[in-house]
Design a protein around this ligand. Structure first.
Ligand code: SF4
Ligand code: SF4
Length: 251
């Protein structure tokens, strides 16, 4: 996000809308006596567009230029209104991980594991995203094809991201994928080790279908390993068309 310094009057109305707290610098205008204007920390700004979309600027001083690659990835992951051409997924994650498993991605014996880096209020560089992805890749973790982070990888088997995006950042970035249920303890252990290496915060979500007998298969594993967890459940009828027959009575 940029500021037209000949328009900005330094009123600070846009300040509280920045989730990264990066609209902070007031400068004296060299050509307009008595005028101050703001500067945005371009390294830390994620191009999320919140300050602009809040429509609080009285002089229309904020604007978002079309950024070239690789800076383009900041808005792709941070501005929910922008869709990445490669994945055609607006925002950071796919429908299957965020809301409904519309395609039946998570099969019996598999669990979805998502790692959301950067939220709340910290942001994440892709070099940190890569640290986590590289620790998951050798464990049979399968990165979700349509996810934007996967699209930025140069080697999916290794969890390696393209070198030119490593110093870019986003409000948050979600690594999405799945693994075998029996691999879950190792995957969680790897995520725990990655936490010591990354310079940001993250949360982990684990997705599992509930079988007809009703017991959620991941709960005994989490209990045994001593992880804190919070259960969220979704019961949807008539949404999507899973490409897999999960239960015998499924039409
Ligand atoms: S685009 Fe987002 S991160 Fe950048 S200054 Fe505006 S609110 Fe802050
Ligand atoms: S709201 Fe507009 S005029 Fe006020 S500080 Fe922000 S950019 Fe400048």
């Amino acid at each position: 996000m940029r500021v037209r310094d000949d328009r900005c009057i330094g009123c600070k109305r846009c300040f509280p809308y920045c989730p990264m707290g990066r609209i902070q610098i007031l400068r004296r205008h060299e050509k307009i006596p008595g005028r101050v204007y703001i500067e945005i920390d371009q390294d830390k700004c994620t191009d999320c567009g919140m300050c602009y979309r809040a429509k609080v600027c009285p002089v229309n001083a904020l604007y978002q230029p079309a950024e070239p690659w690789p800076r383009e990835v900041r808005a792709v992951l941070s501005n929910p209104l922008i869709e990445y051409k490669g994945s055609q997924v607006p925002g950071r994650g796919t429908e299957e991980m965020k809301t409904n498993d519309v395609t039946g991605r998570f099969r019996p014996g598999e669990v979805g594991v998502g790692i959301e880096l950067g939220r709340p209020g910290v942001g994440a560089y892709f070099r940190d995203v890569e640290i986590v992805a590289k620790m998951l890749a050798p464990l049979g973790y399968e990165f979700a094809e349509e996810n934007p982070v996967t699209q930025f990888m140069s080697d999916r088997k290794m969890g390696k991201l393209r070198d030119d995006v490593l110093n870019e950042r986003a409000v948050s970035a979600i690594i999405e994928g799945k693994c075998k249920l029996e691999s879950l303890p190792k995957v969680l252990e790897a995520i725990k080790k990655a936490a010591e290496k990354v310079d940001t915060v993250f949360s982990v979500e684990i997705i599992s279908k509930v079988p007809p007998e009703g017991e959620v298969p991941i709960i005994p594993i989490l209990k045994k390993l001593g992880y804190w967890y919070s259960i969220n459940s979704k019961n949807n009828v008539g949404l999507g068309e899973p490409q897999f027959k999960f239960y015998d009575n499924q039409g």
